[in-house]
Design a binder for this molecule. Structure first.
Ligand code: MG
Ligand code: MG
Ligand code: MG
Length: 308
């Protein structure tokens, strides 16, 4: 058999990375591309597990390293430092993404769909529509799950009109009360008790690099910030280890209250000034409360990045 084309989202996969990968596989097959397979670059989180269990779907297989020349389709990311080991030597056939483009280079031409939407699945829905492909109930729920996860039920400032319209359309096909389902899905992801501090800080961590200054912005969702802060000391110790072992200048952990749309951030490293300047606030006890901040992409990253 011909070697399969692998489809995957970023490391520390979130619901969009897993579900958009699965949807892209299904869409490609409907378009006659048979030898495609969605895979994952890390552990499926509890929120995503809720979606897969709801739909009775198996987790995609884990891939940790690519062989040279492996054909791939990237969804929900493009930066090589957020991708799989060996990505530099892979043959990237296509990218479908809604993030900034950075740390990315190919030696051959490719299909690249970038849209400034709130979610990869919103772009995929457009692809179904422009190609006149029918959307199954399962595909609709996968895409709706991605959209509600990435936009925190359309409340995040990353939400665009396209995402709102997409969710409306998908709800009709899904035939479920999508907001009710979405809230249950998000809540499933906030059960953090059985994670070690090390796991917690890496569940949804993005590695970033600005002109050689390495930093990480990690995020956890919760329904109670004080609950997570009970473990502040333990979390800080895990962060310090990470800063040392990876040679980071900064580690930011955003603890995001998904019900009230605020975040408390813990920041450690030599460049905490970038957080203080970015938000005009002084850290006290290594942390500060950021009213109305829920989005890494639109709020945390740009404000921190411009001060690094
Ligand atoms: Mg993502
Ligand atoms: Mg996404
Ligand atoms: Mg996310």
């Amino acid at each position: 058999m011909e070697k399969e084309i692998l489809i995957f989202g970023h490391k520390n996969p979130d619901t969009d990375s897993i579900c958009s990968g699965l949807v892209k596989e299904k869409l490609s097959k409907k378009l006659g591309m048979e030898n495609v397979k969605a895979v994952r670059l890390g552990k499926v989180n509890k929120e995503t597990k809720y979606v897969l269990d709801y739909l009775n779907l198996e987790e995609p297989g884990l891939v940790e390293e690519l062989e040279e020349g492996q054909e791939v389709i990237m969804v929900d990311h493009n930066e090589f430092n957020q991708s799989v080991a060996g990505i530099e030597k892979a043959k990237i056939l296509e990218v479908i993404d809604h993030h900034r483009i950075a740390n990315f280079e190919t030696s051959e031409p490719l299909s690249y769909t970038a849209r400034p939407y709130g979610c990869t699945s919103t772009i995929l829905l457009e692809e179904y529509k422009t190609r006149g492909i029918e959307i199954s109930k399962e595909e609709a729920i996968l895409m709706a799950s991605s959209i509600m996860s990435d936009t925190l039920l359309l409340k995040s400032p990353t939400t665009t009109e396209y995402d709102k319209k997409a969710l409306e359309e998908l709800e009709k096909i899904a035939g479920v009360d999508i907001k009710q389902y979405g809230l249950e899905m998000l809540k499933a992801g906030t059960d953090l008790n059985d994670f070690t501090a090390e796991e917690l800080i890496s569940l949804d961590a993005k590695s970033l690099d600005k002109n050689g200054t390495k930093f990480i912005i990690a995020q956890v969702n919760t329904v109670s910030i004080p609950d997570v802060l009970k473990r502040q000391e333990e979390l800080e110790n895990a962060i310090k280890k990470e800063v040392e072992s990876k040679g980071l200048e900064l580690f930011v952990l955003a603890i995001t209250d998904i019900l009230n749309s605020n975040s408390e951030v813990i920041a450690l490293g030599n460049r905490i000034d970038a957080v203080e300047k970015g938000f005009g606030k002084k850290l006290e006890g290594n942390r500060t409360f950021l009213e109305g901040v829920v989005s890494r992409k639109k709020q945390l990253l740009p404000n921190i990045d411009k001060n690094i």
